[in-house]
Ligand binder design. Structure first.
Ligand code: NCD
Length: 316
């Protein structure tokens, strides 16, 4: 996988996903040691290029790189020449000329990581682009389910909430389907994408039906920043109908687990009690995020031999 981009789970084969999960299982062990550092990526450079807010994803990519002994640079757009209206692509080319071995990109607009990947010699890892994909989030969710349940194949996974604006939902739909799980989505009708069934999922508007027999329930954050119109009458009504609490969990299997990518709107997507206690596994997801990002940096980083930027400069 060295030199390949990781732009979405849609582009991965099941074998690729299995390889990443297997590598992450080894990486997790490094995080449990007293000295959490191995020399694997010594002398390699990782650039974090985050154009949109992030806590978990940005910090965990940084920790992941450092645990592997890479040099990690956090580029902050607010203090850069982007303020002097340098374009995103020129900024990316400038950073690429400093020979990083991998560039991590997050942007509010879908497709920006791909546009950047098309002009760089460093491979690009998508850390979330608009409502498109968030591949490392889906990988850490798959790892968490595999760890909890011992398998993914044959499980029933119900995703609750703002499917239409959620890159986490899209990446998880691809990931869980490729790994052999049944995927259901449940939300107020305007939050369910029109052709969602073409992705191989079953769509519901009733929580009781969607949760019936579920092994895993994943609640999504209400994406206030991406909600242009009004998708439900009020937050209170949303919480009453679609917010997860112990009463609604009765519909699911006895050993159901509850997931959330964070940040959680407490009392909206999840009751306060579920936000903090099992069967929710939110902090395990965060911990696994470091292991997944270590695996991804290890497997994908390394500049492409036949440079893309040379070809582009040569042809212009
Ligand atoms: C998600 C994101 O930014 O896509 N957060 C994350 O990366 N853990 C989910 C969200 O913002 O709702």
């Amino acid at each position: 996988m060295i030199g390949r981009d990781l732009l979405g789970i849609e582009d991965l084969e099941r074998e690729d996903i299995e390889r990443i999960l297997e590598t992450a299982n080894h990486m997790r062990e490094i995080g449990e040691r007293e000295v959490k550092k191995v020399p694997t990526l010594r002398g390699r450079t990782v650039v974090n290029l985050f154009f949109e807010a992030s806590t978990r994803t940005r910090v965990s990519f940084e920790i992941a790189g450092k645990r592997l002994s890479a040099d990690v640079i956090n580029f902050s757009p607010a203090h850069s020449s982007l303020k002097k209206s340098e374009s995103i692509l020129d900024t990316a080319r400038t950073l690429d000329a400093m020979d990083p071995d991998v560039v991590i990109v997050r942007h509010a607009v879908a497709g920006v990581p791909k546009r950047i990947a098309d002009v760089l010699d460093a491979p690009v890892i998508n850390a979330g682009d608009g409502a498109h994909e968030h591949p490392t989030q889906a990988l850490l969710d798959l790892l968490t389910v595999q760890q909890e349940k011992g398998r993914i194949d044959g499980l029933t996974v119900t995703i609750v909430g703002d499917i239409v604006h959620s890159r986490v939902a899209r990446s998880n739909i691809y990931g869980f389907r490729k790994m052999g799980a049944e995927v259901r989505v449940v939300a107020p009708p305007p939050m369910i994408p029109a052709a969602v069934e073409t992705l191989g999922v079953k769509a519901f508007t009733s929580m009781r039906e969607a949760l019936d027999g579920a092994d895993v329930v994943m609640a999504l954050r209400i994406q206030n920043e991406r909600l242009a119109g009004s998708y439900f009458p009020s937050i209170r009504e949303y919480a009453a109908t679609f917010g997860l609490d112990r009463a609604k969990l009765q519909f699911a299997k006895d050993d159901v687990i509850v997931m959330h990518p964070g940040p959680v709107n407490r009392g909206v997507e999840l009751s306060h009690d579920l936000a903090d206690h099992r069967p929710s596994v939110i902090l395990d997801q965060v911990r696994n995020g470091v292991a997944i990002r270590m695996a991804v940096l290890y497997l994908f980083s390394g500049r492409r031999k036949a440079g893309r930027s040379e070809r582009i400069q040569g042809s212009s």
